[in-house]
Design a protein. Structure first.
Length: 403
């Protein structure tokens, strides 16, 4: 997608709000402004549109019932709510399972619970391709575990986890299973009604809806405790007057995501593959991180060896190309991404890893421009690198271990 400053390939951080979503939202800022909890016609009008949004989100997720959708402020709130609710409904279970490559919205709350509230935390490792250690996962399962929280797809590498099978294994021990599906929703088909997944988080701004709105799927019949208490909104599962305009926008975005699902897995995937193939062939000393056989169709994370990712992003930005060195939530850190560290990516490659994340708005002309620009940028930076000499890595290149 071209914008005022160039080519945008950072869609895993956030997407542009689809103009059709904006159009759907606009009347509800001023013309139809009622509180959906009010019984008069002003409120009923908005309430009906919210019910439509709930049905649209349920359809995108393949949920059995519209009422399984709880609207939230986004992925972080949904993740926190799911994990904390699972612990509250099973107070005798004092263990939690998650993975080493989760988003901070899951990892940090789990670490906080372990450090400050005495929960036993099992962090399941991944292999060099970012695939979960299934044997370690099975070993951690027991009746002492209250909740498993494993992401559907990794935000940095795009690697997809077998969450449906993981949920089946958890169910054998009576464990509630939650998945952070923020990156997967809208990109891969979901049929939650056919799974043992109990809770799922999504965020609107990852699928062309506004920031500040999301949803938590809560399977009918499971015990649940709200994070926010107060009024009776969301069937008493999330108190507070609803962000109605954003929820209506999320509903429209969910409807459009279903329409464009095939495009994500054909056109977008083909553009991703074209970009990836060209850069691997022309740049040299680079490789794709993550599981290339089972990943999101829009994501490639390429590690360019012997240079710094910050330099790559700076030069890309100068020619009007936006990409990322990892999660936007941790981009202020100079350390390599915790995801790449968990995958044991070599130091001299992890620092140069760049994530290109496309969307249905990405064009082939834009990909051609990126293919033309990146090799020159990488060559220029390597000419300045202490690890590089006369077009090749130095034999004595320093490769320190991670702290």
């Amino acid at each position: 997608m071209s914008g005022p400053t160039g080519i945008y390939l950072d869609n895993n951080a956030t997407t542009r709000v689809d103009p059709r979503v904006v159009e759907e939202m606009l009347p509800f800022f001023s013309e139809h402004f009622g509180n959906p909890s009010s019984i008069h016609s002003f409120g009923a009008e908005v309430g009906g549109k919210m019910r439509e949004a709930r049905a649209r989100v349920a359809a995108l997720l393949g949920a059995a019932h519209d009422t399984e959708i709880v609207f939230t402020s986004g992925g972080t709130e949904s993740n926190n709510t799911a994990i904390l609710s699972a612990l509250k409904v099973a107070p005798d279970r004092r263990e939690i399972i998650t993975s080493a490559v989760e988003h901070p919205a899951v990892l940090e709350v789990c670490r906080h619970l372990a450090k400050h509230e005495g929960y036993v935390l099992h962090i399941i490792p991944v292999d060099k391709q970012g695939r979960l250690d299934i044997d370690a996962y099975k070993a951690a399962l027991s009746p002492r575990v209250a909740v498993v929280s494993i992401m559907w797809a990794n935000n940095e590498t795009g690697t997809i986890f077998p969450v449906e099978a993981l949920a089946d294994m958890a169910k054998e021990h009576g464990i509630l299973f939650h998945t952070d599906a923020v990156q997967a929703v809208g990109k891969v088909p979901l049929r939650l009604a056919e799974t043992n997944i109990d809770m799922l988080s999504l965020s609107g701004h990852k699928l062309h809806a506004p920031k500040g709105v999301g949803a938590l799927y809560v399977r009918r019949g499971i015990r649940f405790r709200p994070l926010l208490r107060g009024g009776h909104q969301e069937r008493e599962r999330r108190a507070g007057t609803e962000n109605t305009t954003a929820i209506i926008g999320l509903g429209k975005a969910a409807e459009l995501a279903l329409v464009h699902m095939d495009q994500e897995n054909t056109t977008v995937k083909a553009l991703r593959d074209k970009l990836e193939k060209a850069l691997l062939e022309t740049v040299g000393h680079c490789f794709v991180t993550g599981n290339v056989h089972d990943r999101l169709p829009n994501t490639t994370n390429i590690a360019f060896e012997y240079i710094e990712g910050e330099g790559i992003l700076l030069f890309l930005s100068r020619v009007g190309i936006a990409a990322s060195s990892g999660s936007a939530c941790t981009s202020g850190s100079l350390e390599p991404s915790h995801v790449l560290r968990a995958m044991d990516i070599p130091f001299t490659a992890a620092h140069g890893a760049i994530r290109f994340s496309l969307s249905r708005e990405t064009t082939e002309a834009e990909i051609d421009q990126v293919i033309a620009a990146v090799p020159e940028i990488i060559g220029r930076l390597r000419s300045l690198s202490p690890y590089w000499d006369n077009g090749a890595p130095r034999a004595e290149a320093f490769k320190p271990e991670y702290a």
